[in-house]
Design a protein around this ligand. Sequence first.
Ligand SMILES: [Fe+2]
Ligand SMILES: [Fe+2]
Length: 202
Amino acid sequence: MTPQERVRLVDLVAGRVPKKRLKHMLRVETLAVRLARFWGVSEEKASVASLLHDIARDEPESFLLELVKDTNDPLVREMAETFAPVVLHAPVGALIARRDFGVGDPEILQAIALHTTGAPQMDRLAMIVFLADYCEPGRHFAGVEEVRSLLFSSLETAMLRALEQMLVYLRQNSRPIDRHTLDATAAFARLAAEDSQRLHQG
Ligand SMILES: [Fe+2]
Ligand SMILES: [Fe+2]
């Protein structure tokens, strides 16, 4: 993506989302690109995924459900059957990225689709977009500093802490919990346990 192509993408996105959302996506992009550079991930993919991740965030639930009804995408269909409709903006965002913005890269689409809930198997790009969304400088909540402090030492540990914090928040506020978040938390906890075992054996 040339700088001109990026400006064009930002302009297109700006025409579809409120200003506040665009500013959030630009902050996510800045952090995600830094993380991508550090962790050896494509900065271009991090940029495109970040600039599109919330493209469906401000659409009404009826619009999201309508789009979901018409798709064969297995991830979207599966997510539609879960009980937390607010998470739908993520997989629907991936649909829109493909349909309206011509994004064909499966890693980018996956990163957009998983940015709200997480999932057991996430590649580095998906973790980076999830964590940049969680930690961008506009976020101010208890615990965010802890996750920020892990971003450049272990993406997996940062994911685990973010997911655990998220579950506590959802439970305390009696919000529905998407199954992907529970599965992701269990998977990253397993990974952390294996890691510490390996360290002790080494
Ligand atoms: Fe989002
Ligand atoms: Fe976001």
